[in-house]
Design a binder for this molecule. Structure first.
Ligand code: PLP
Length: 357
């Protein structure tokens, strides 16, 4: 049975967007391909509130995360981690031989501006990574405050993971001074998995030029070179099906739904899920920094999340268990991309019926 997805990626894709994946192929070296990539980049700049250039990557978001920390760390990276995806960024650094330190907060909490200031004050770091929305714990970092601190250190390259928030929350790249802002297609953007994208500043590219071994496929300087000089081409063969669908979806996001409406819908759905969670269970994470795209619910009733998910599966729904160590201790309901309050109401009715709430 086809299941309605309430997991934090991949998400359900609207039928008309999905159909664009089946667009007949064109030459990736054609003028049409350049125009397609340019149109996508122009629209992504609007979505990210930036004047910076946009790079596409035929990989999931992890590819660009690895590219960023590997390509742009000259001295040492400071990784701020509040969950699984922060930890992943640190693993990417160490497994590439990139000098890095990790600064952790306990799952369920946000990164504090003070932590960032204390680390950067040492002068040891020339790159930092921050997760905007930690999908494993359901926390959204206070970027307005964190970015104010980072701005005191203009030599530092600021990398931000917005994989599970771009398209579902306002990401103000230029206001926040973000040098590399990364997202995948399969979360709040509402597309199938397989493509990722980032904005990139000149500062990040200048830093990357000083790094000798950036690998080949994920060399950000090379990807940027194609955008600048070809122009708007990709060094290898990009996933054209994703580009057709992304082009169409960005037009829908910007011109049919509208950015403010889309962000408000996510915020309202988040509020609705939190109220339901508090009525029957409890929230896992710090209530001052809750995610607008995924809610992490504390399993206060000691239910079997696995059994609940199996029962939901028979009714055509799927939610997520707690991530890693939080398995069975918590469960997650995603409300990203095209999720509506009506969809969530249907899901809650089924959960209440299964659990006898
Ligand atoms: C899903 C996710 C990732 C990994 O993205 P992929 O596209 O699966 O590589 C990274 N960071 C966050 C916050 C995520 O939610």
């Amino acid at each position: 049975m086809r299941k309605k997805l309430f997991i934090p990626g991949p998400v359900d894709v609207a039928e008309d967007v999905l159909a664009k994946m089946a667009t007949p192929m064109i030459s990736h070296r054609s003028k049409e391909a350049s125009e397609l990539q340019k149109r996508i980049s122009d629209n992504l700049r609007k979505l990210m509130y930036t004047k910076n250039e946009i790079l596409l990557s035929t990989s999931s978001g992890s590819g660009l995360m690895e590219a960023a920390i590997r390509s742009c760390t000259v001295k040492k990276a400071a990784v701020f981690s509040m969950g699984a995806f922060g930890e992943r960024w640190y693993q990417m650094a160490t497994s590439n031989g990139v000098n890095a330190d990790v600064f952790n907060v306990e799952w369920g909490n946000a990164i504090t501006p003070k932590m960032v200031d204390d680390a950067l004050k040492t002068g040891e770091y020339d790159l930092i990574t921050v997760t905007h929305n930690e999908t494993s714990s359901g926390v959204m970092n206070p970027l307005d405050e964190i970015s104010e601190v980072v701005k005191k250190y203009p030599e530092v390259v600021f990398c931000l993971d917005t994989v599970s928030s771009l398209g579902g929350a306002k990401i103000e790249v230029d206001k926040w001074g973000v040098d590399i802002c990364i997202a995948s297609t399969q979360k709040c953007l509402g597309l199938p998995p397989g493509l990722s994208l980032c904005s990139i500043s000149d500062k990040a590219i200048e830093a990357a030029k000083k790094v000798d071994y950036k690998g080949f496929y994920f060399d950000l300087v090379n990807i940027k070179k194609y955008v600048d000089s070809k122009p708007y081409q990709y060094p290898s063969t990009p996933s054209l099906p994703h580009m057709f669908a992304l082009d169409y979806q960005l037009d829908k996001i910007l011109n049919v739904e509208g950015l403010e409406n889309r962000f408000n819908r996510h915020a309202e759905n988040a509020k609705f899920v939190r109220e339901w969670a508090k009525k029957h269970f409890d929230l896992y994470s710090d209530e001052l920094h809750l995610s607008n795209t995924v809610t992490n619910i504390k399993n206060t009733k000691g239910i079997s999340v696995k059994d609940l998910n199996n029962a939901l599966g028979e009714r055509g729904y799927i939610i997520s268990n707690g991530y890693g160590d939080l398995k069975e201790k918590a469960f997650r309901i995603a409300h990203m991309a095209e999720a509506t309050k009506e969809n969530l109401e249907d899901l809650f009715k089924e959960i209440e019926d299964i659990l006898g709430l």
